[in-house]
Design a protein around this ligand. Sequence first.
Ligand code: FAD
Length: 467
Amino acid sequence: MNETKRIVIVGGGITGLTAAYYLQKEIKENNLPYEVKLVEASDRLGGKIKTVRQDGYTIERGPDSFLSRKQPAVKLAEELGMTDQLVRNGTGQSYILVNNKLHKMPKGAFMGIPVQVRPFLFSGIFSPKGKLRAGFDFVIPKSKKGSDQSLGVFFRRRFGNELVENLIEPLLSGIYAGNIDDMSLMATFPNFYQLEQEHRSLIKGLQKTTPEKKKSTGKKTGMFFSFINGFESMIHTLENSLDEGVVSLNTSVDHVEKKDQDYHLLLSSGEVYKADAIVMATPHYTLPKVFSQYDMFNEFHDIPATSVANVALAFDQSAIKKDIDGTGFVVSRNSDFRITACTWTHKKWPQSTPEGKALLRCYVGRPTDQSVVDFSDKEIIEIVLNDLNKTMNITQKPEFSVITRWQNAMPQYTVGHKERIAKVRDEASRELPGLFLSGSSYEGIGVPDCIGQGEKAVADVLEYLRG
Ligand code: FAD
């Protein structure tokens, strides 16, 4: 007898939705005797992907774009027939705020590491001593093989503190909202470790491996994609592609237990749902609660998650008396600013803003300044406007603002992250076969990484169920 096997995906962010999409596709194409269910605690799908469309503006509360070279996201957009809705960012000068002064981002760099040396030699971001120290990269030996270390230790050893504090740290913490001195090299940028092992000098390694086009200073194309109608349009398309009955909203999975061959999932509705396989596509910190009788997940208490808030401010362009010709800036820790980054969204993503208007999107919430995220809207706006007016001259109040607080939203891949995850996965595969962990807490926080993990979870589930 061929009994239908049940697969439950817990969490309807981009990871869970991707898994549901590819599973449904496999089931249909291969006529598999499987049934898929996606359970989401909140009243909507998308998790951190959330777009507000107001007065002709398209405002992203969460991610605004993804790296165009990252295949899983491009492939999913193709799958969904959304390729014609992808837009590249407008290019322009980006800036970095160092010691309270805006500087042009030096050309010819990759994540703050020089590929071309000349622009760094002429940059005002570093002192002569700092430049000399960064040059030690050409002679410093490579790291000991295999062991993890913090990004801070790694980059400080190669380039000295100045390059790290004034350039690398603000760029990296912009992505991870983390502390560079805690973040794992192996879990975030293992390619830099490889480069060091192969070429010793990162500068030389990047020079040898960066394609010519990137090295040239000619007309650039944007490196990021967004969707013309906002990131959430991808969520809506995914949602519409799923068969009726697949998604259960407003339902959290409160507890899971393995009983013989089945998993019993206690849902917030009181129902106990039985399943053969589970994809947990929720943040890691939900696991110790949901699987409270399994000690292996206590390991996840050691994975911190930081909070951030972003603030989108809409202005008439006439309100900005002193504008800056560029796409935005990131802020180094040695500046007397509370915002960590600002994007001139109307320039970076012109389709997001009506003609004659300006849309500025700023972040607050460094790892050392988490309390700001809980401030009132009024207080946060005041902080942001005060900081913006140090570099621009904004003479009117915003026409409107959209503030989004993201509590514990950025999982921190601290030193040893990969080993920690591997250990839990290994124990889970023995004690809880058929359970798969997927999403931003594990193998990459970027949307394409989450999509890739959702796809991988589908392959794992299918392999497991085939036996
Ligand atoms: P989530 O989106 O967190 O989804 C998890 C879901 O699980 C949620 O919907 C939650 O309600 C649900 N859930 C939790 N517990 C339960 C339960 N017990 N039962 C049922 N459901 C449950 N990445 C980029 O590539 N580019 C960017 O520009 C970018 N910017 C970002 C800006 C911000 C402010 C943030 C917060 C992140 C940003 N990221 C960016 C990262 C990226 O958006 C996230 O890593 C990604 O969206 C996470 O997707 P996910 O599906 O793994 O998790």
